[in-house]
Design a protein around this ligand. Structure first.
Ligand code: AMP
Length: 282
């Protein structure tokens, strides 16, 4: 596969895309913050299956980080990312500067309401405003027919589905399963922050999710009891739990009894690193 073309301005991105769409080709988009791993690459490969041309966007979006979060330390490897994205099937990389996305005087933001109200939205108050804003701006530059996101960030996937539907952006949103390390840890660019000891203890998150799925398969149907047990297990590995929730898999509304498809969602901190993961239980 040839090297993907690098497009750094909204204008260049849009004309590249318009030319291809004008020629009858379907353009797909995979938004990322870079430092690519197999999870990201699975999205690019799926996008290449669904669309004729694939644009990966690479932008560490400052508006989705709060003061004191890891924006300044976020890992970067542009040359590695370009090679990996190209090998996975990306035709172009949209790689704008912060000034290109948020020029002097910028003051327009997109907010999605109910689905952002709790979990990540509660622990990272401005996070989804930043996500919804940047996704809207990326779509307006890339002009994709479809976009592929990971279930790893399950609430974000639901936010983007809602956003695209509510604003009538005409972008079909696809979600792909979480790619895990052999031992179950969900792949994340942030895993490089973990010391070997922290990494070993972080495994308690995925192990707890798999145990909860097993329990539901054996007939457990009380979400509150499952969440309480899960919290205890993760805390006993020395992590500090932000939340453990069992929610309706479709709209993330709270559930009293496990009947329709549900998802367990977890956020926990270990040392300076905050990790999230989730799993369908039934
Ligand atoms: P990020 O670079 O962390 O903003 O993630 C970019 C996209 O990759 C998002 O749609 C994520 O949900 C997705 N992603 C991140 N980690 C994984 C994973 N382990 N498996 C599948 N998708 C992932």
């Amino acid at each position: 596969m040839s090297e993907p073309i690098i497009l750094e301005t909204v204008e260049a991105m849009r004309s590249w895309s318009l030319e291809r769409r004008g020629g009858g080709l379907a353009v797909g988009c995979v938004p990322t913050m870079g430092y690519l791993h197999e999870g990201h690459l699975s999205l690019i490969r799926e996008c290449a299956r669904r669309a004729d041309k694939v644009v990966m966007t690479l932008f560490v979006n400052p508006t989705q980080f709060a003061e004191g979060e890891d924006l300044g330390q976020y890992p970067r490897d542009f040359d590695g990312d370009r090679a990996k994205a190209g090998a996975a099937g990306a035709d172009a990389i949209f790689y704008p500067s912060v000034g290109e996305m948020y020029p002097e005087g910028y003051q327009t933001y997109v907010t999605v309401e109910e689905v952002t109200a709790d979990m990540e939205g509660a622990f990272r108050p401005a996070h989804f405003r930043g996500v919804a804003t940047v996704v809207t701006k990326l779509f307006s530059a890339v002009l994709p027919d479809l976009a592929v996101f990971g279930e790893k960030d399950y609430q974000q996937l639901k936010v983007v589905e809602r956003l695209s539907r509510d604003l009538g952006l005409g972008v079909q949103i696809a979600g792909m399963p979480t790619v895990r390390e052999d031992d179950g840890l969900a792949m994340s660019s942030r895993n490089v922050y973990l010391s070997p000891d922290e990494r070993a203890r972080a495994l308690s998150i995925s192990q707890t999710l798999f145990a909860a799925r097993e329990a539901v398969e054996q007939g457990a149907d009380d979400p509150a009891a499952l969440c309480e047990g899960a919290r205890e297990e993760i805390e006993s590995a020395g992590l500090s739990v932000d939340y453990v929730e069992v929610r309706d898999a479709e709209d993330l509304s709270p559930v009293k009894k496990i009947e329709a498809p549900v998802r367990m969602l977890v956020a926990a901190r270990i040392g300076k690193t905050r990790l999230i993961d989730n799993l369908g239980l039934n």
